[in-house]
Design a protein around this ligand. Structure first.
Ligand code: PMP
Length: 358
């Protein structure tokens, strides 16, 4: 046997398609339709090639300092990863015993389940936050902390959740984390599109087990750069440092992410545009008889009006060069997840939807 049994068995995570043809309307991987801050272009244009000859700063000191400064915490509370996906993977190493478990909401970001399989530990799903309409067995929710205190070793709480867009109030997250025996990572990949976030919980005095994780891939329009970060108790952050590769964030990524982070106004303006488009687009779908879960993220998770099914529409749109996301699992297969793009892209999508109902 050349390959580890757990890997032989492994069903790999399948990311959304990245079609070669750049003319498609791409609303399938929650990328930002607007460009990153012009400061990123300036940094790239002026990047000193000598910095590529040498290894990057293994502790990403400047970026950490900026993140710590904005959030009112120490640099010892900040960790940076090669995308937030890397932080998730490192967390599975740092916070889970070989006989431990990884928990998350279900449905949620499906990579979590794969991470557990790679780590060869059990994954446990907590049924939907409020229970999706049409899904059997409404979830426990997060409030039942006596039941949940030992749910898993690590709990990955996506907030706003993906693919549903649902949001849990920070007070409920705080309550859940307080009663929870393991580490809670609040995956806030989409928090800049939400009405609130949990960062204050991560930096609060007395926090022992809650980490808030963010990414530059969505609100900062830098999915191609691969930078994410997290903030939490120094002890947990130190554990992540212990298990990371020496140079996990390259020099270009550190410099460009820093420039984007410094231009917060640019990111906020784009997030506001996306939120306005989300409002309008959700109403347009509802007007057409779709069931739309109110979203706090840069996507909506919606059930098409009869007689079309999500699966058929997904295929028809794709054939017409419009890519959305379809997850064929029992509690997601009646809906499409549609990334919020520009107004123009969403109009093109609505026209294609209307055409397929004719
Ligand atoms: N968390 C969630 C909930 C996501 O949807 C994604 C993007 N697919 C990530 C984390 C990973 O983002 P990245 O690695 O680009 O930072």
């Amino acid at each position: 046997m050349l390959i580890a049994r757990s890997v032989e068995r492994l069903e790999p995570y399948v990311p959304g398609e990245q079609p070669k043809n750049r003319n498609v309307v791409k609303l399938n991987t929650n990328e930002n339709p607007y460009p990153p801050s012009p400061e990123c272009a300036r940094v790239l244009a002026g990047f000193d090639l000598d910095r590529l000859r040498r290894y990057p700063d293994p502790e990403f000191a400047e970026l950490r300092k900026a993140i710590a400064g904005r959030n009112g915490c120490g640099v010892e509370n900040v960790f940076v990863g090669n995308g937030s996906d890397e932080i998730l993977s490192l967390s599975a190493k740092a916070f889970v015993e070989n006989d431990g478990t990884i928990g998350s909401l279900d449905p949620s970001y499906s990579l979590y389940k794969t991470l557990a399989a790679i780590r060869d530990v059990e994954w446990k799903g907590l049924q939907g936050l409020r229970g999706l309409k049409g899904v059997e067995g409404e979830g426990l929710g997060l409030s039942n902390s006596s039941v949940l205190s030992n749910f898993s070793s690590l709990f990955l709480l996506t907030n706003p959740n993906a693919p549903t867009g649902e949001f849990v109030e920070p007070e409920a997250v705080a309550e859940f984390a307080k009663g929870f025996g393991g580490v809670v990572i609040v995956d806030e990949a989409y928090a800049d599109f939400a009405r609130a976030n949990c960062m204050a919980l991560a930096t609060a005095h007395g926090n022992r087990n809650l980490i808030v994780m963010r990414t530059f891939s969505k609100s900062y329009s830098l999915a191609g750069l691969r930078v994410g970060y997290c903030v939490g108790p120094a002890e947990l952050v130190a554990a992540l440092y212990k298990v990371k590769d020496s140079y996990n964030v390259d020099a270009v990524a550190q410099a460009v992410a820093l420039a984007a982070y410094a231009d917060e106004a640019w990111m906020r303006a784009n997030a506001e545009k996306i939120k306005a488009t989300r409002r309008w687009f959700s109403q347009e779908l509802e007007r057409r008889g779709w069931d739309v879960i109110p979203s706090e993220a840069n996507f909506v998770f919606a059930r098409p009006a009869a007689p079309a099914t999500a699966e058929e529409l997904f295929a028809a749109l794709r054939a017409g060069g419009i890519y959305v996301r379809y997850f064929k699992t029992p509690n997601t297969r009646d809906r499409l997840r549609v990334t919020i793009g520009t107004d123009e892209q969403m109009k093109t999508l609505l026209e294609a939807i209307d055409a397929s109902y004719k």
